[in-house]
Ligand binder design. Sequence first.
Ligand code: NAD
Length: 302
Amino acid sequence: MPAKLIKGTEIREEILEELTAETARIKKKYGVVPGLVTILVGENPASISYVTLKIQTAHRVGFKEVQDSQPVSISEEDLLGLIAKYNADDSINGILVQLPLPKHINEKKVLTAIDPDKDVDGFHPVNVGRLMIGGSEVKFLPCTPAGIQELIVRSGVETSGAEVVVVGRSNIVGKPIANMMLQKGKGANSTVTIVHTATKHLDVHCKRADILIVAAGVPGLVKPEWIKPGACVIDVGVNRVGEKTNEKTGKKVAILKGDVDFDKAKEIAGWITPVPGGVGPMTITMLMKNTLKSLKFKLGIS
Ligand code: NAD
C-alpha cells in the first residue's frame, strides 16, 4: 500500500490558524502582539524573497512586523548597534538576521549579539545548550528541526522507543533534530543514530529506521531498498536538479528533488514527505511559533 503523504503545506495552514487565534486571544487579554524584526543587509534576491515571505507570514498571523533593510556597506559596528537597539526594544520579541551577511561582517559575532531570549532562529549557543539539556530549559527550537518534529507528531507517528536514523550532521538540521528526538517527552523519546559522510554501510543503518530523517543535500542518496517497510521517511533535502517553464507565468523555475527516491520510496514507506511541499513550508511557520513563544515567556504564560 502506498505511503501516507505528510503534506507540509496543509500542516502549515493548521498551525498558522492556531497561531492567529492565539495571537488574537493574547491581544484581547494583554493588549500586546508578538513583534518580529527581520534585518536584511544588501539586496541578494534570494534573501529578499525569504525576508518578504517571513514578513508576510508575520502579518498574516497578526504580529507586529518590522523589516529593517540596511545597505550592503553597513559596518559591523553599526549592525551590532542595530541589534542592541532591538534587544532593548520591548515591542520586539524576535530578531532575525537574514544570512548570508557581506564578507566584511563576522556572522558569528552578529548572531551571538542577539539576546538569546529573542533568538527565534534558535542558533545562539545559549539556545543550542538549552536544547542539549532539554526539558523545561528549552526556549527556542531551531525552525527546520522543530518543523520536522511537528510533521511527525501531527501525522500520528509513534516516536517513543522508535529507531530514528538521521542522515547528516549539520548544525542547522542533523545535530539538532537528533538531539530533539532523543529527549524524554512527547514527539521524542527515540533511540537515535546519526550517520554522515564517514559512516560505513549507510544502507544497514537506514534499513533499521522506523523514522528516517534525511538531510544530506544529495539528490536520490537514499535508495528505496534502504527503507524499512512501513517506516516514516522525512526528506529534508532540497536539490535543484534542473529548470522548467512555469505554464502560468512563462517564467523559468527550478526543478527540485529530495534526497530520497520519492516515487519508489512511497511504495515501501508508511509515511513520506514530498519535495517540495513537505518540510519546506514548516520552517517559516516555526519561526512564527517561536516569536509567539517569546512573547508568552515574557508574559509568563504557557
Ligand atoms: P549540510 O551540507 O550543512 O550538511 C549535510 C550533511 O549531510 C553533512 O553533515 C554530511 O556529512 C552529510 N552528507 C552529505 N553527503 C553524504 C553522503 N553521501 N552520505 C552520508 N552523509 C552525507 O546541509 P544542511 O544545511 O543540513 O541541509 C541538508 C539539505 O536539507 C539540503 O538539501 C538543504 O537544502 C536542505 N534544507 C532544507 C530546509 C527546508 O526545507 N526548510 C532547511 C535546511 C536545509
